[in-house]
Design a protein around this ligand. Structure first.
Ligand SMILES: [Fe+2]
Ligand SMILES: [Fe+2]
Length: 306
C-alpha cells in the first residue's frame, strides 16, 4: 500500500498546468496514476470536470511541479496584463510567489526574473496601474503579499525615476526577493500576535543573511540582486542590522524605505493598526531627520506615490 504522506493534493484550478508530472487519485488507501507524465489534461475534460475531484502529485515530482506551475502562472500573468485585469495579475503573482517560496533552496527562484520582466514590459507604458497594485488588498496579509507590494512600489519608483529597463527589472526582482530569508524563520515568530521578545527578534534578524545566501548561493542569481535582501534593514547611522554598516548600496537604501512604508501602511497586527500613507510618510520623515534614511531617495519615493 502506498503511503499518503508521499502524495500532495493539488488545487483543481491548477490541473491544466501540469504536463511533465503524473497526476494520481486515491482509491481504497492506494494512489492510482490518472494522467501520465508528458500529457496535458484535455480542455474538454477540464471543462466538464470529468476527472476525480481530488488529484495528487508524487512528493518526488514536487520541484518539477512547482516549475510547471510557475510557467503556467507566468503565462496567466502575461494574458491578464494584456486584458487589463490587474486584480488577476496580482492574485496570480501572489500564488506564483507562494509556490516559489515553498522550496526556495531548490532553484525555484529562477522563474521569477521572467515574471518581473513580464510585469516591467507590461506596465512600463502604463505606470499608473502599478501604483494601484499595492492598494489591492487580500484577506491574509503575509510575507508573500508584502513582497509583491514592495515590488510594486519599487517598480512605481523606477518608472517615476525613468530608470532603464535593465535597472528597473533588477530592482523589481530584488524587491520581490528581499524577504526570502523569512522562509527559514519559524512561523510562530513570523506570526506572533505581539511584539517579539529579544530572543525571537534575534532569530528574526537572521533573515537578511539567509535571504542573501538563498538568492546568491542556492539560486545562482547575481550578487547585486542579493544586496537588497542583505541590506534592507541597515540604516545610514549604523543602527540597522545584520551588519550595522553605514555605507549601504542604493538597492539596500531604497528597499529599506519602501519596506518600512509597505509594512506600516498594510500590516495590521493585534497590537498595531495599519497607518495611513500620510502618517507613515511623516513617521519615515523623522527617520530621515535622524539620519537613518537618505533624504533624496525618500523624497523621490514620496513623489513616485502621487
Ligand atoms: Fe525584512
Ligand atoms: Fe520586508
Amino acid at each position: 500500500m502506498l503511503q499518503e504522506k508521499n502524495y500532495i493534493a493539488i488545487r483543481n484550478s491548477q490541473i491544466n498546468y501540469y504536463k511533465n508530472v503524473g497526476l494520481y487519485y486515491a482509491e481504497n488507501g492506494s494512489f492510482v496514476l490518472y494522467k501520465p507524465p508528458g500529457k496535458l489534461m484535455t480542455d474538454l475534460r477540464l471543462e466538464e470536470e470529468r476527472h476525480p475531484p481530488e488529484l495528487y502529485i508524487h512528493q518526488q515530482d514536487r520541484i518539477v511541479a512547482i516549475k510547471e506551475l510557475q510557467a503556467g502562472f507566468n503565462r496567466h500573468i502575461s494574458r491578464s496584463i494584456k486584458t487589463g485585469n490587474v486584480v488577476a495579475v496580482k492574485s496570480t503573482l501572489c500564488h506564483l510567489v507562494e509556490e516559489t517560496l515553498t522550496e526556495p533552496r531548490s532553484g525555484t527562484l529562477q522563474a521569477l526574473p521572467e515574471t518581473v520582466d513580464t510585469l516591467v514590459s507590461g506596465y512600463s507604458k502604463n505606470p499608473e496601474i502599478i501604483k494601484t497594485f499595492a492598494s489591492i488588498s487580500f484577506k491574509d496579509y503575509s510575507t508573500v503579499i508584502h513582497s509583491v507590494n514592495v515590488m510594486a512600489l519599487t517598480l512605481g519608483f523606477c518608472f517615476y525615476s525613468k530608470m532603464s529597463f535593465y535597472e528597473t527589472k533588477r530592482l523589481g526582482l530584488s524587491a520581490l526577493l528581499h524577504d526570502v530569508g523569512k522562509t527559514e524563520i519559524p512561523e510562530k515568530i513570523l506570526r506572533a500576535p505581539r511584539k517579539l521578545t529579544r530572543k525571537e527578534f534575534n532569530i528574526m534578524k537572521r533573515h537578511p543573511k539567509l535571504g542573501e545566501y538563498i538568492i546568491r548561493v542556492k539560486s545562482g542569481i547575481d550578487g547585486g540582486i542579493a544586496r537588497g535582501a542583505l541590506e534592507h534593514h541597515e540604516k545610514l547611522d549604523g543602527s540597522g542590522y545584520p551588519q550595522g554598516i553605514q555605507h549601504i548600496s542604493f538597492v539596500g537604501q531604497l528597499l529599506g524605505i519602501i519596506d518600512c512604508y509597505e509594512a506600516l501602511t498594510n500590516e495590521e497586527r493585534p497590537y498595531r493598526r495599519a497607518k495611513s500613507p500620510l502618517d507613515t510618510l511623516k513617521l519615515l520623515k523623522t527617520d530621515v531627520e535622524a539620519g537613518k534614511f537618505d533624504r533624496k531617495i525618500f523624497e523621490k519615493f514620496c513623489y513616485s506615490l502621487v
